[in-house]
Design a protein. Structure first.
Length: 221
């Protein structure tokens, strides 16, 4: 680790704690915790900017997380999480503001950014303010479980509702109606475009052949 420790660290190291009352200990711990949250918010903003600029690439590392692992001695898993949270906060102003004010811990911010959307920030922040970090983690796990169940139910419903209908029009054309999952629908559209393009190229080729074919009607008279 190449970063140097801040100058104020020795003051904390040398201070005596025996004379502090229980209330003073608690107050200083909670105050420092809020300060750490504020400092962490600043760190995340710096990480987001570093990641956006991509300047870590000049060192030959694979990602911003790898740079944090190398330069700041942060475990790779924790480094990846910091980059993820830093990116997420850019689109979550309420969560970012709460962390910046020390009103939200990094542990809670890390948890709720796994599931939060710009629309659900108020709700999840309310829960985070009134619950412990472990409560928030449990809520997020339950939330993600419900999301997976809903996704599975939607997938089954979409599969069950698949349909293909077609009919011929009076002008000889065909009208096709297809209901399939979005991914399969994209493949159907690609296939139709490919078929139309192939038919167009074949037709254009025939037209060019006709254009260059000599008029033999006079020669055979």
């Amino acid at each position: 680790m190449e970063a140097s420790a801040p100058e104020f660290v020795p003051a904390f190291v040398d201070c005596g704690l025996e004379g502090l009352s229980a209330r003073e200990l608690e107050d200083e711990i909670t105050t420092l915790t809020a300060s750490i949250s504020i400092a962490t918010w600043r760190l995340l903003m710096l990480i987001a900017e570093l990641d956006r600029r991509g300047t870590w690439q000049q060192y030959g590392v694979l990602s911003c997380a790898h740079w944090l692992n190398w330069k700041c001695d942060i475990d790779m898993g924790a480094a990846r999480e910091k980059v993820r949270v830093a990116r997420a906060l850019e689109s979550l102003p309420l969560v970012s503001d709460a962390l910046a004010r020390g009103a939200l811990s990094y542990s809670k911010a890390r948890a709720i950014t796994r599931v939060v959307t710009p629309e659900s920030q108020d709700y999840l922040l309310m829960i985070a303010r009134h619950g412990t970090a472990s409560h928030v983690e449990k809520l997020v796990r339950a939330y993600r479980h419900v999301e997976r169940l809903q996704d599975s139910a939607r997938a089954r419903s979409s599969h069950a509702q698949r349909a293909l209908r077609w009919n011929w029009e009076d002008d000889g054309s065909m009208v096709i109606s297809v209901r399939v999952p979005a991914e399969q629908g994209a493949l159907v559209v690609q296939a139709i475009h490919a078929a139309v393009d192939t038919q167009r190229r074949e037709r254009d080729g025939v037209d060019r052949d006709r254009a260059v074919q000599p008029d033999v009607s006079y020669e055979t008279r």
